[in-house]
Ligand binder design. Sequence first.
Ligand code: ATP
Ligand code: MG
Length: 561
Amino acid sequence: MTVSDTKLPPSFITQVVQDDIAADVHGGKVLTRFPPEPNGYLHIGHARSIWLNFGIAEMFGGECNLRFDDTNPEKEEQEYVDAIKEDVSWLGYQWAGDVRYASDYFDRFHEWALYLIKAGKAYVCHLTAEQASEYRGWATKPGKESPYRQRSVEENLELFEKMRLGEFAEGECVLRAKIDMTSPNMNMRDPILYRIRKASHHQTGDKWCIYPSYDFAHGQEDAIEGVTHSICTLEFRDHRPLYDWFIENLPVPSRPRQYEMGRLNLSYTVTSKRKLKRLVDENIVAGWNDPRMPTISGMRRRGFTPSSLRKFCEMVPVSDKNNSDVDLAILERAIRDDLNESAARAMCVMEPLKVTILNFPEGEVETMTAPCHPNKPEMGERKLSFTREIYIERDDFNEDSSLSRKKFKRLVLGEWVRLRSAYIIKAEEVVKNEQGEIVEIKATLVPDTVGADAPEGVRPRGVIHWVSASQCAEIEVRKYDRLFRTESPDRAEGEFSDQINPESLKIMKGYLELDAANAEPETHFQFEREGYFVADQYDHSAETPVFNMTIGLKDTWSSKE
Ligand code: ATP
Ligand code: MG
């Protein structure tokens, strides 16, 4: 395990596990599992489940399995399996042993289906889907028994074998458990164990044309693996009696228990693989790992770090009563705080205005140093190159020297400003083009002010960032913002895709310190006064530097609304 000193915040589930260990319920053992269905990429909700399952295991000296819940052949693809493994590893977790697949257990599930048939506890039912739903009744109306319920064991064995051999069409019949059609819990009204699906499976190929239902598979997968605590989301609470019924009625090798916790929902985003897939399929985003997606791979590409996602998960209480609707600002704060600690600083000018330093010789390069991090000397220093021509941000200059010093702490004509980690300069003259736009500032530097206080009479208004015009790299900057403009895109009127924020991606140029532009893909920076940026995982190279904006320095959304 990678994070051995893990301590999750106390919750109902840490209490359960602690009590079970104390009472020696599972021989003191803790084995959890993370069971994604490989029908899409993992999203922030899955990160929550990974954090909890792996975290519980680490905290109590246990282990966690990675198991693909691939009982549904149609929607599952190898691409998803690979992406999921990559995401779990990137988050910093190590699953126990090999990756597991529910499909590895198909033979065993089949044997157990035969076992239930032989015990008179399962039958092949020929009701159509429509009839079956009518027979099921509803919450306040007890169901009716299927006319096929009393078939003999022999007949059921024969029919089930025919199902397996592909002698029935899809939907013609199913295998059902014989439990209780009058149970107040709808899940106990003779649930489906096997359906016919004439589809190839990415692991088992064409070996099977019958596939177990989620309910018939999940608990048995847990039991086969020796899982002790099987954590799922609240929608499955009503399935728990069925989970337990299978465990009690089958010769399973261990007795796992199911616990339910609230689902994590984030504002300004959707966390349903089906909806995320639509964004991809309809080309609303550039793919599953588009940096605007709430997928783990998208967030990674955007510049989120594993530790920021873990910290975010820690901030949201684990509840066994309610789903957690979390404000996206909390996630944004987690990444901001994390990168504030860990990201090296660099200067990047986005909207350049040329400044010529009249009293600095042409062709000369003066090297100065600046700390990589203001409070972390251990992160070392970086070199800055100062030249006669530099760039500052267009917004950092104003011709109007009557602007109050309080309001405009930057450069105005006739006054001084400090260039971060370099000289104090004074704006002497403004050069304009024919349209009257400012194209250049002519300035002078105040000698001996690098790393030194301003001399008497020189009063800089503030500190601004800059880069040398010749000793910088032109980079592509991808500025990302929230993908949805409404807080609950799921609940808004009309199509959720109509809620897309049209300004969620702006591509622009930037002028960055050379060394930073040469950084490896996935290196994080704080571009001073701008925000946090990361060298793109795929498109960035020293020749064509591409940086993604992870998040601004401040939360601008709460003030926008
Ligand atoms: P989706 O609705 O996105 O398809 P799912 O639950 O169907 O989600 P699975 O692949 O079955 O996706 O999920 C794997 C595990 O992750 C399950 O144990 C599930 O409970 C958990 N999980 C999925 N979404 C969330 C969420 N939003 N919050 C917490 N846990 C989640
Ligand atoms: Mg699911």
